[in-house]
Design a protein around this ligand. Structure first.
Ligand SMILES: Nc1nc2c(ncn2[C@@H]2O[C@H](COP(=O)(O)OP(=O)(O)OP(=O)(O)O)[C@@H](O)[C@H]2O)c(=O)[nH]1
Ligand SMILES: [Mg+2]
Length: 182
């Protein structure tokens, strides 16, 4: 993990912030974005300890991805000066583990805090990933289509009027497929 100065922003690169609860899949998504394919993309990364910044170049564009580790110990720290974390950010990706039904309410509560902490709400592209939406996702008693529909309604309820966002279903098991929900 790199040492991070929270007021650091690299003007020549596109900054993307990945945020969400622990185990939601942020680092795995980052690895996919970095182009790590094959078996290593499926390795389970160690939990990210606080903020981790990764700089890389894809097709002549420079990216600076800020992967904010989601373990309980770090979640509140980001709000001490959230606007420093998101300074210069083009895109915030909020990741929700669609398979972690028991923690939907915590994920939503945290998302609300994140959105409310963004001072300048226009100009940042806000995406919500309903992640681990695997092609072979099996619905059971806990995870039903109705449960997902209800989650989407709750997300819409949290979003403040005029706040622009896009909701995607994502998975790493389709070479990172991403399709808009609406
Ligand atoms: N089924 C499934 N599992 C996934 C997917 N993406 C990631 N995972 C798994 O989810 C687990 C957690 O992934 P991480 O990327 O470490 O999660 P994280 O959000 O970075 O977690 P923290 O660093 O603790 O905040 C790992 O076992 C991954 O292999 C997916 O699309 N589908
Ligand atoms: Mg991580």
């Amino acid at each position: 993990m790199k040492t991070l100065k929270t007021n650091e922003s690299r003007v020549d690169s596109i900054k993307i912030v990945l945020i969400g609860l622990d185990n939601s899949g942020k680092t795995t998504i980052l690895n996919c974005l970095k182009g790590i394919k094959g078996i290593s993309a499926f390795n389970t990364p160690m939990p990210t300890k606080g903020p981790d910044v990764q700089d890389f170049e894809v097709l002549n564009s420079k990216y600076s991805i800020w992967d904010l580790g989601g373990q309980q110990a770090y979640l509140d720290d980001y709000f001490n000066d959230f606007n420093k974390y998101i300074k210069g950010t083009s895109k915030i990706i909020y990741v929700i583990d669609i398979q972690d039904v028991k923690r939907y309410h915590i994920a939503l509560e945290y998302m609300k805090k994140v959105i409310n902490s963004i001072e300048i709400k226009n100009g940042i592209d806000f995406s919500i990933f309903l992640h681990k939406f695997d092609p072979d996702l099996t619905f059971d008693r806990n995870l039903t289509e109705k449960v997902i529909d209800e989650l989407i309604i709750k997300i819409k309820d949290i979003i403040p009027p005029g706040f622009i966002y896009t909701l995607y279903k994502t998975t790493i098991y389709a070479l990172f497929e991403k399709s808009p929900v609406f």
